[in-house]
Design a binder for this molecule. Sequence first.
Ligand code: NDP
Ligand code: MG
Length: 384
Amino acid sequence: MRTVTILGATGSVGGSTLDLVEREPERFQIEALTANSDVDGLAAIARRTRAKIAVIGDASRYQALKDALAGSGVEAAAGPEAIIDAARRGADWTMASIVGLAGLEPTMAALSCGKSVALANKEALVSAGSIMIRAAESAGARLLPVDSEHNAVFQCYEPEPGRVSRIILTASGGPFRTWTREQMRTVTPAQAVKHPNWSMGAKISIDSATLMNKGLELIEAHHLFPIGADKLDAIIHPQSVIHSMVEYIDGSVLAQLGAPDMRVPIAHALAWPERMATPCARLNLATVGKLEFETPDEERFPALALAKAALAAGGARPAILNAANEAAVAAFLGGAIGFLDIASAVAEVLAQYEPPAPTTLAEVVAIDAEARQKAAGVMRRMAA
Ligand code: NDP
Ligand code: MG
């Protein structure tokens, strides 16, 4: 029996994780579940899974959660500190699936326990990569990649030094893969969240539409796998059947394939180093028929170029890129700026300042806050 904590249990990845965990109640026991504001969703899954504790990030909803859990035997807690405490309970396996930098401190708390942490929350790794990897190493924690591309690489990667010559991440290209810049100018949030192959939370869906997601994933790969930034590539593959590839010095290329369903990589991380059965659709290549590939167009999708430059420059650049992007995506979803303004705002913030590389968590948080402030200023000017 393994104990499981899900940080971000009410989200898309959280829901897919619960779907797997609840299929094998004799194998997994829920320790803690967290959410930000969805009290009803959190209380329902906490009752259903008989979790030990449920935590809501929004402290003003504590009473509502307590009422919703009355008589269930599930403990209730609230506030960002309570989420960190829940992560620190040290479940055997923790899913880090909070969206955005808000997930950084809870994920670090889970890592400090020295157990297995399945990582979906890429923004934390993008912003605090080397700090996070060092923390995992010193605590003896196992970081298991859940992002489908990184999980694919993890499955194909031989860690012996000097063997791997390149990592190639695949990208669906998003809903606007074939659109011109002119067509993208008037895109609405409803159009942009409609991903062709995957059903995901709003923020990552927008990132997929701008290709910022692939840029964040290149940075993520750089931290998860010990390989130079110059050996990381992205390729557009609209069918999302090949989830990523590892090229070896002898010219062999290993790929992981499967139907596009997040439960596959989550199951891999949940059962690792074993395997577990899933109800996911089986891949039928004859039905798929054709696998296509194309080079990403960084002129139509400048967010990818911005992320690549941040990866190459390192230091504080990835944290600034991520913070400005989170702010811009939120503004786009709220109707304050246009779709093309997202990458423009990120570029402007990156051009504004050059803080030294962060070496502590507090420095990452400070850089993130400053970049969000600058992004707000840039976007006020855009909207005017
Ligand atoms: P969702 O928006 O669906 O879910 C986000 C979760 O985080 C919810 O449980 C939400 O709670 C919680 N949350 C949001 N803000 C805060 C906060 N400030 N403090 C604490 N909790 C918070 O996101 P996804 O599941 O799509 O994505 C989660 C992460 O996984 C992201 O980093 C994403 O990039 C990554 N990922 C997602 C994939 C997918 O298929 N969805 C694929 C690969 C990676 P509430 O419901 O109360 O708002
Ligand atoms: Mg991905």
